[in-house]
Design a protein around this ligand. Sequence first.
Ligand code: 5GP
Length: 191
Amino acid sequence: MDLLKKRILEEGRVVGEEVLKVDSFLNHQIDPELFQEIGKEFYNRFKDKNITKLLTIEASGIAIAVVAGLYFKVPVVFAKKSKSRNLDTDTYKSEVYSFTKQTTYDIEVSKRYIKPEDHILILDDFLANGKAAQGLIDIVNQAGATLEGIGIVIEKGFQKGGQQLRDQKIHLESLAIVDRFTNGQVTFLKG
Ligand code: 5GP
């Protein structure tokens, strides 16, 4: 997705060896017009699947999934990271190791909102080692629902998450795949 890659090149900041900061349009300040294009692109890539629900994880995934949900015309469910008193007690739960915070946390989804008859598309902002995605897949499997695919805004191709998902024969679509960081500069893999 050229528009997204342009923004990454113009505004992305490489932190250390492995982290890309895109706070100016994705993770802190949000660009609604770019998100509209992102939502439309996910829809175009998955519109042939019979998606009944989008699943993401708080916080950054929510805005992406809501915009995409306007195109798919299906509800958006987000996995909650912390225990909330508002959350139903009957939940699907999984454990995720956070790449950015380097700690493990639980994610939970109420059993009310994913049913065995659902066809799920998982959406998230970044794919690094795939722990968040694997946690969400675990929840889809616990619910007995069908995973139709995973859509990622930025995949870091030099980390192992993408390869693992493709090895699992999961339909993975990443809108930009970062090949490497060279002297603080981003280069992309293809497309
Ligand atoms: P994973 O679970 O695939 O190892 O990491 C994915 C999660 O970590 C994403 O949901 C995202 O929040 C965060 N993350 C991983 N790498 C980056 C990065 O380079 N930049 C930002 N902003 N977030 C990242």
